[in-house]
Design a protein around this ligand. Structure first.
Ligand SMILES: Cc1cc2nc3c(=O)[nH]c(=O)nc-3n(C[C@H](O)[C@H](O)[C@H](O)COP(=O)(O)O)c2cc1C
Length: 157
């Protein structure tokens, strides 16, 4: 049974995003795919972040995050942002401080700055609900998704 539901869930498609956050002087970014819009008015986004992620604590403490939609040809960001070292993630790429204080990557198709309005832990990930407070679109290029990724994020740990 486990193998069947794992395989079936692995067939689902998602966007692949960079999620950034800041608490005081600490900034961080991570790759996230368990992400969805969940309301039009107010505009709400849900992200699922495992408690083991360094970002989880920063988002919880700051109450803010930025979700970046990436271009299909930027899958090099997968390597850059999946590691554990926050410093190296932002080395030699351009970013600026958004309205929420979180880092905003210049090299993205669009970004949404969010304020956390609720969080839930129904399973092994924290669901942070964020209200979009600011957003910009930089490009109409096609976005990066799991269709461009050979692995599967299973979210076990
Ligand atoms: C394609 C892909 C999708 C991912 N999606 C998520 C996700 O939705 N939630 C999550 O908690 N981790 C996800 N991860 C794992 C984190 O990006 C990874 O553990 C990262 O190193 C966490 O960084 P941090 O601990 O510095 O916050 C994903 C990784 C990849 C490669």
């Amino acid at each position: 049974m486990e193998k069947t539901w794992l395989q079936a869930l692995g067939k689902m498609t998602y966007g692949i995003y960079v999620l950034t956050t800041r608490h005081k002087s600490e900034i961080n970014g991570m790759i996230a795919s368990w992400v969805s819009q969940i309301s039009h008015d107010p505009p709400l986004i849900m992200i699922a972040v495992h408690p083991n992620r360094y970002s989880n604590n920063l988002i919880r403490q700051s109450g803010h995050f930025v979700l970046h939609v990436l271009a299909r040809d930027r899958n090099d960001f997968l390597e850059r942002f999946k590691g554990p070292d926050p410093e190296s993630k932002f080395e030699s790429i351009s970013w600026f401080e958004g309205k929420t204080g979180c880092p905003v990557l210049k090299d993205c198709l669009a970004y949404m700055e969010c304020e956390v309005t609720a969080d839930y832990s129904p399973g092994n990930h924290t669901l942070f609900i964020g209200e979009v407070k600011d957003a910009q679109v930089f490009s109409e290029k096609p976005p990066l998704s799991t269709l461009d990724y050979s692995g599967v994020y299973i979210g076990k740990d």
